[in-house]
Write a protein that binds this ligand. Structure first.
Ligand SMILES: Nc1ncnc2c1ncn2[C@@H]1O[C@H](COP(=O)(O)OP(=O)(O)OP(=O)(O)O)[C@@H](O)[C@H]1O
Ligand SMILES: [Mg+2]
Length: 397
C-alpha cells in the first residue's frame, strides 16, 4: 500500500503546465523554435498561438519561453492580460512582469536604470516590483514602446542575451480596444522601416475569436502574425501524455486502462489532466488497472461537468422529455462520437418526436452539442461532458 501522504499528483488540471511536465506538440515546437532562431539572427518575428479553450496555448507559450531562454539566450516575459482594458494598463503589466521575471541580478540592475522613476517601489530584488500606475507616465511608454524595447535590448546584450521574447496571453479584454490592433501594426511597421533591426519575438496567445477581433479593427494584423493553431492531441500523443505523467510517480498503467483514459479525454489536454488526476487518486498499488480507470473517469466527468456545464445541463434537464432524449442519444452515440437526428427520431416514441428539433436547437445554443459538417449530424462538445450529461439524465429519470 502506498502511504497517501507521500502521494503527489503530477497532474495540474486548470493550470498551464510547467515546462518540465510539457509533452508532445513536436511540430508546433519546431515551428516556433525556427522563429526563435530567426529572431536571434536579428529579425522581428510575430506569431499568434490560437486554439480552443483549454487546448494548451498558454502551456505551449510558457514552454517556448523557457526553451528560448535556456537554449537560445533570449530574455523576456509571459504577460497575462486577462483584466487589462487599455494599452496604458498593458504597459504597466508588461514592464512589471519583465522586471519580476528577471532572475539575473546584473540584468535586473540594468533594467532598473532603464525604467528609473517608473518603478515606484522595490522589495527584495525584483520579487515585489511596483510599477507606476500613473496614466501619463504609462502613455509615454505607449508612445515610446520601440525605443524602450531597444534600450532594454542594448542593456541585456552585454550580459550575453541575444534577443527579446514578449508573450501577450489572455487577450480577452484588450482585443476589443481598437488602439491595440493599431499599436501592434505601428510597432511592427515602425520597426521594419527604421532601418535598424531589433531581434524581438512577439507572441500573442488567444482564442480564434480574439484574433478575429484584432483583424476586424486592423486587417493587416492577419498578415503580420503567423498563426499556430493548436489541434487536439492525437491518440499516440495522448497515450504518451498518460504514460509519461504516471511514470513520473512510478505508477504503471495497463493497456486496458490506457485506452480507457485516452477515449473520454478526446485529445483535450485539459480533460487529460482531469482524467489523470481523478484516476491517480483511485490507485492504491502503483498500478492503474481498468477498474481504477473507470472509477476515475466517472469521477472526472463529474468534476468537469460541475466546473463547466452544470448550470446549462440542469436547465436542459428540467424537461423530462429532454432527459429521455438524452438517454436515447447516449445509447446511440459512442463516447466522443457523433449521432444523427434521423437515428434519434426513429428511436423516439411518436408523441415525443416533435420535441427533438427544439432539443437540438437548445443544446446547440447552450454549447453542449455542436453540428458536424454533414447536415443533421451532431456530437457533444467533448466526451467528458457527454458522460456527465448521461449520468445526470439517468439520475433525473
Ligand atoms: N503539452 C502539454 N502537456 C501537458 N499538459 C498540457 C499540455 N498542454 C496543455 N496542458 C494542460 O492542459 C490544460 C490546459 O492548458 P492551458 O491552460 O495551457 O490551455 P489554454 O489553451 O491556454 O486554455 P485557455 O483558453 O483557458 O487559456 C492545463 O491543465 C495544462 O496543464
Ligand atoms: Mg491560456
Amino acid at each position: 500500500m502506498v502511504d497517501i501522504k507521500t502521494k503527489e499528483s503530477p497532474f495540474s488540471p486548470g493550470k498551464p503546465v510547467q515546462p518540465e511536465y510539457f509533452v508532445a506538440r513536436i511540430k508546433e515546437i519546431q515551428r516556433l523554435e525556427r522563429a526563435i532562431k530567426q529572431t536571434v539572427a536579428g529579425r522581428n518575428e510575430n506569431v499568434f498561438i490560437t486554439g480552443q479553450r483549454g487546448i494548451g496555448k498558454s502551456s505551449l507559450a510558457g514552454f517556448i519561453r523557457s526553451l528560448a531562454e535556456k537554449e537560445h539566450s533570449l530574455m523576456g516575459s509571459h504577460c497575462f492580460l486577462g483584466g487589462v482594458r487599455s494599452i496604458e494598463d498593458m504597459m504597466g503589466v508588461i514592464f512589471q512582469r519583465l522586471l519580476q521575471d528577471c532572475t539575473d541580478k546584473t540584468i535586473f540592475d540594468k533594467l532598473k536604470e532603464v525604467f528609473g522613476s517608473y518603478i515606484k517601489e522595490l522589495t527584495l530584488f525584483g520579487m515585489g516590483v511596483e510599477f507606476t500606475k500613473d496614466r501619463s507616465e504609462l502613455r509615454t511608454l505607449v508612445d515610446n514602446f520601440l525605443p524602450v524595447m531597444r534600450k532594454i535590448y542594448e542593456q541585456i546584450l552585454s550580459s550575453g542575451k541575444k534577443a527579446l521574447i514578449l508573450i501577450l496571453d489572455d487577450l480577452n479584454g484588450i482585443t476589443d480596444v481598437p488602439q491595440f490592433s493599431q499599436f501592434l501594426k505601428s510597432f511592427v511597421d515602425e520597426l521594419a522601416t527604421s532601418g535598424k533591426p531589433l531581434p524581438i519575438f512577439l507572441v500573442l496567445v488567444g482564442l480564434p475569436e480574439r484574433r478575429d477581433d484584432l483583424i476586424k479593427h486592423q486587417p493587416s494584423v492577419a498578415r503580420i502574425f503567423d498563426v499556430v493553431d493548436l489541434p487536439t492531441m492525437s491518440k499516440s500523443e495522448s497515450e504518451d501524455f498518460f504514460i509519461n505523467m504516471f511514470d513520473r510517480q512510478n505508477v504503471r498503467i495497463t493497456s486496458e486502462a490506457l485506452s480507457l483514459m485516452v477515449g473520454p479525454s478526446g485529445g483535450f489536454p485539459m480533460l487529460m489532466h482531469e482524467v489523470g488526476d481523478a484516476v491517480f487518486w483511485q490507485d492504491k498499488d502503483n498500478r492503474i488497472d481498468g477498474q481504477d480507470a473507470l472509477t476515475g473517469i466517472m469521477e472526472a466527468a463529474q468534476v468537469v461537468g460541475r466546473k463547466y456545464i452544470a448550470p446549462k445541463v440542469s436547465s436542459l434537464l428540467k424537461s423530462k422529455t429532454y432527459a429521455s432524449i438524452l438517454q436515447i442519444i447516449h445509447k446511440k452515440a459512442p463516447l466522443g462520437g457523433m449521432f444523427s437526428r434521423q437515428q434519434i427520431l426513429e428511436a423516439l416514441p411518436s408523441g415525443e418526436q416533435k420535441n427533438l428539433d427544439n432539443f437540438l436547437k437548445r443544446s446547440r445554443e447552450l454549447g453542449i452539442i455542436e453540428a458536424m459538417e454533414a447536415r443533421g449530424e451532431y456530437k457533444f462538445v467533448n466526451p467528458l461532458h457527454q458522460l456527465y450529461i448521461w449520468y445526470e439524465a439517468k439520475n433525473k429519470q
